[in-house]
Design a protein around this ligand. Structure first.
Ligand SMILES: NC(=O)c1ccc[n+]([C@@H]2O[C@H](COP(=O)([O-])OP(=O)(O)OC[C@H]3O[C@@H](n4cnc5c(N)ncnc54)[C@H](OP(=O)(O)O)[C@@H]3O)[C@@H](O)[C@H]2O)c1
Length: 252
């Protein structure tokens, strides 16, 4: 199969890194010349990656086309490109819905997919909307796929993906606090990363337990986890989290 990426930025870069770490059998990957630096780097690193002359040539050469430009650019350029009727179009674009993607591309077979940067190490959730067996089989090799048929519901996942930076910030505050208490920076960062990674891995390992059960299981009455949770709740830490999610949701 030959695939093409319209827009060679951060997410294209991560997806291509993931593809070459996976067992996916891809004959050729065409990428658009923009961004020049990233496209050059990718074509140098992977023999099967070729930089197209322009966006139309990329489409003409590919069986599957991945849309990976920002919404503003997508709204501007998609309608002037000629998609083939049998093109499989997979859009990563956050705010262009299926209706408009159909209008712009005239393609019959369109999916919206939400990959996240760790797709580059074949990790993380990948939302696919609507359900599509071939798309799922492709992304199953790159992370944990979750199929959603209702486009409106799938929008909620864009909102939750805004919690990557806040999550790392929580880790940073934890690590910095250790440093303030005299722990050296390397030990503080190593400890924090291992702690948070173990928590996430354990929650996957104990997949029969709900998150509510994990919250309860990880505290002993009168213990330090119970105290931390109680004080954070009292200070409305989690109410604020909900408010922030609602506010991000308004963007989609
Ligand atoms: N990053 C993520 O984690 C993530 C996750 C899921 C979905 N997405 C979605 O994926 C899309 C791309 O995100 P991104 O983070 O990869 O953005 P990005 O790094 O800014 O990449 C966008 C790319 O599009 C290129 N471009 C601009 N104008 C173009 C044109 N006319 N023709 C072809 N390419 C053009 C840009 O090149 P220049 O640098 O030369 O302008 C840039 O390389 C967005 O819609 C975003 O919502 C991103």
């Amino acid at each position: 199969m030959k695939i093409g990426f319209l827009g060679t930025g951060h997410i294209t870069s991560s997806v291509i890194e993931g593809i070459f770490k996976s067992k996916l059998k891809i004959k050729k990957i065409y990428i658009s010349p923009r961004n020049r630096l990233i496209s050059k780097k990718l074509s140098k690193k992977f023999k099967k990656v070729a930089i197209s002359k322009n966006n139309q040539q990329l489409l003409d050469m590919s069986d599957w086309v991945f849309l990976a430009v920002i919404p503003k650019v997508g709204n501007r350029i998609l309608k002037d490109l000629k998609f083939k009727k049998n093109h499989k179009v997979i859009s990563f674009i956050s705010t262009i819905n299926l209706k408009n993607l159909k209008k712009y591309t005239k393609a019959k077979n369109i999916s919206r997919v939400i990959p996240l940067p760790f797709i580059g190490i074949k990790k993380g959730p990948i939302i696919i909307c609507p359900r599509d067996v071939r798309v799922r089989k492709f992304f199953d090799k790159l992370g944990k796929t979750i199929e959603i048929n209702n486009e409106k519901i799938s929008k909620n996942f864009w909102t939750t993906s805004s919690f990557m930076a806040p999550f790392y910030n929580l880790m940073m505050v934890t690590s910095n606090w250790l440093v303030q208490k005299g722990v050296n920076k390397k030990a503080a960062e190593d400890y924090t990363k291992e702690l948070f990674m173990a928590l996430c891995q354990d929650s996957i390992f104990k997949n029969k337990l709900s998150l509510k059960q994990l919250v309860s299981e990880s505290q002993t009455p009168g213990g330090i986890n119970a105290q931390a949770l109680r004080e954070l709740k009292k200070k409305k830490f989690y109410k604020i989290q909900q408010k922030v999610l609602n506010s991000i949701f308004k963007r989609f």
